[in-house]
Write a protein that binds this ligand. Structure first.
Ligand SMILES: NC(=O)c1ccc[n+]([C@@H]2O[C@H](COP(=O)([O-])OP(=O)(O)OC[C@H]3O[C@@H](n4cnc5c(N)ncnc54)[C@H](O)[C@@H]3O)[C@@H](O)[C@H]2O)c1
Length: 295
């Protein structure tokens, strides 16, 4: 199966931050990519993001213009049709990765639509950060072929892919997905389907604790971040990282951990809740724990 699937096209649904990066790395690995989104403007924005990212590589001298054009030539962007349906070009795809916003109903609907359109043997992967793979799989008619493929942001630069095995995911699906991640030059790590997987289960409590420390005035924001950078050799402090991820996203994931484990050690800090309520979401809103004049 792995050999046959490796030559067939790939579908990426959702051309935002993650989807555009995922489409780029598959195309750079030589795969034909169908990049779907809900409207023309979103598709255009996704393709422009990919172009910009590849242009940066050309500027750095790691890619020549001919290779850039080849990568771009392998990606076909397509908006949903007038009736809101995804295109029939999905019929050839060996794997589809959904990267639509983190909402259970939306993800279920997109996966069900892909389930109807994709060939029977195709793998349905989700880039969810926190939703149960098992629950998403149960919404489709191919639960054995549903899996988590959790890329990190920014996708072209980050080495890790968490391959998340749901309760019903088959070993064949795990093997083919692991192989697909390797073919992109990434390092896959197999994890089981538990709230937050490994990445967010470990990262989010650290960020949350940093917010508690700030709230209790244990140190200033710069002090907390400097302790973690210089003391623990982290490339970025937890508060600056929370701003980068988005405080709303951090809060959502902490709620998933809190609910999923029923353990108060994951309760979100009241300051984090207040920041989100005030619209201080981090870099994307121009202000989080720090201020950003370029957003
Ligand atoms: N941003 C991150 O740092 C990050 C990291 C890892 C995983 N994730 C996960 O990746 C997924 C996508 O996140 P993102 O940050 O790329 O979001 P985003 O908002 O940047 O992009 C989502 C895209 O999906 C499109 N979309 C919405 N509804 C659609 C539909 N019905 N059909 C097709 N396209 C539709 C939107 O138009 C948008 O272009 C989420 O599940 C998120 O949890 C995000």
């Amino acid at each position: 199966m792995a050999v046959a699937t490796a030559t067939r096209p790939v579908a990426v649904i959702g051309a935002g931050t993650m989807g555009s990066g995922i489409a780029q790395v598959f195309a750079a690995a030589g795969r034909q990519v169908y990049l779907g989104d809900q409207d023309e403007a979103s598709v255009k924005r996704g393709l422009a993001t990919i172009q910009k990212s590849l242009d940066r590589l050309v500027k750095k001298g790691t890619l020549d213009t001919a290779a850039r054009d080849q990568v771009l030539g392998r990606i076909r962007g397509e908006a949903r049709g007038a009736a809101g349906q995804l295109a029939g070009s999905l019929r050839e795809c060996a794997i589809a990765i959904e990267a639509v916003p983190e909402r259970l109903d939306l993800k279920k609907a997109v996966l069900q639509e892909l389930d109807r359109l994709l060939p029977e043997d195709a793998i349905l992967a989700t880039n969810t950060s926190s939703i149960s793979i098992t629950e998403l799989a149960a919404a489709t008619k191919r639960p054995a072929r549903v899996i988590g493929m959790h890329f990190m942001n920014p996708v072209p630069l980050m080495q890790l892919v968490e391959v998340v095995r749901g309760l019903t995911t088959s070993q064949e699906t795990v093997d083919a997905t692991t192989e697909a991640a390797r073919s992109l030059g990434k390092t896959p790590v197999l994890v089981e389907d538990r709230p937050g997987f490994v990445s967010n289960r470990v990262l989010m409590p650290m960020i949350n604790e940093a917010v508690f420390a700030l709230e209790e005035r244990v140190a200033t924001r710069e002090g907390i971040d400097t302790v973690m950078k210089l003391g623990m050799n982290h490339p970025i402090g937890p508060l600056a990282l929370a701003d980068l991820i988005g405080l709303d996203v951090c809060l959502d994931i902490l709620e998933v951990l809190h609910r999923g484990f029923g353990d108060d050690k994951y309760r979100p800090s009241p300051l984090l809740r207040a920041m989100v309520a005030a619209g201080r979401l981090g870099r994307k809103s121009g202000r989080g724990f720090y201020e950003y004049s370029d957003s």
